[in-house]
Design a protein. Structure first.
Length: 130
């Protein structure tokens, strides 16, 4: 099979990764420090994005692997993970691709400071973000 692809420019003057707004006036990208107030704000963000007042559990077939993964906290196109679970757990690129194909938004809670002694965690985090 031969595919013919055409380049498509996605250049923009705005880097949305660093935007506090993302088109929603009261929604932040990052919440720091990790305290009770900011955890409440993260919950509000989930409710706003998902349009739900509760979490659901969902089982997904992992992209091109044939095994399943369970997302414990998700709903309305939003998945919520503890940083430690998703970046230190037994996840790989195929899992991250599956997550991205099934959810329009991913919320990571309790993100740790990344240091050189956590090289594998850093690599997984980068894979998740990419």
């Amino acid at each position: 099979m031969i595919l013919s692809l055409s380049p498509f420019s996605i250049q923009s003057d705005i880097d949305y990764r660093f935007s506090e707004d993302k088109g929603h006036a009261n929604m932040k990208t990052f919440y720091y420090p990790n305290d009770k107030y900011n955890n409440t704000e993260i919950e509000k963000t989930y409710h706003f994005l998902s349009k739900l007042d509760h979490y659901e559990e969902r089982t997904l077939e992992v992209y091109e692997v044939g095994r399943e993964m369970t997302i414990d906290e998700c709903g309305g196109g939003v998945a919520v993970f503890e940083f430690e679970d998703i970046c230190e757990g037994n996840y790989a690129s195929a899992d991250y691709i599956t997550i991205c194909r099934n959810f329009h938004s991913v919320i990571l809670k309790n993100v740790q400071k990344l240091t050189p002694d956590k090289r594998n965690v850093m690599k997984r985090f980068i894979s998740l973000v990419k």
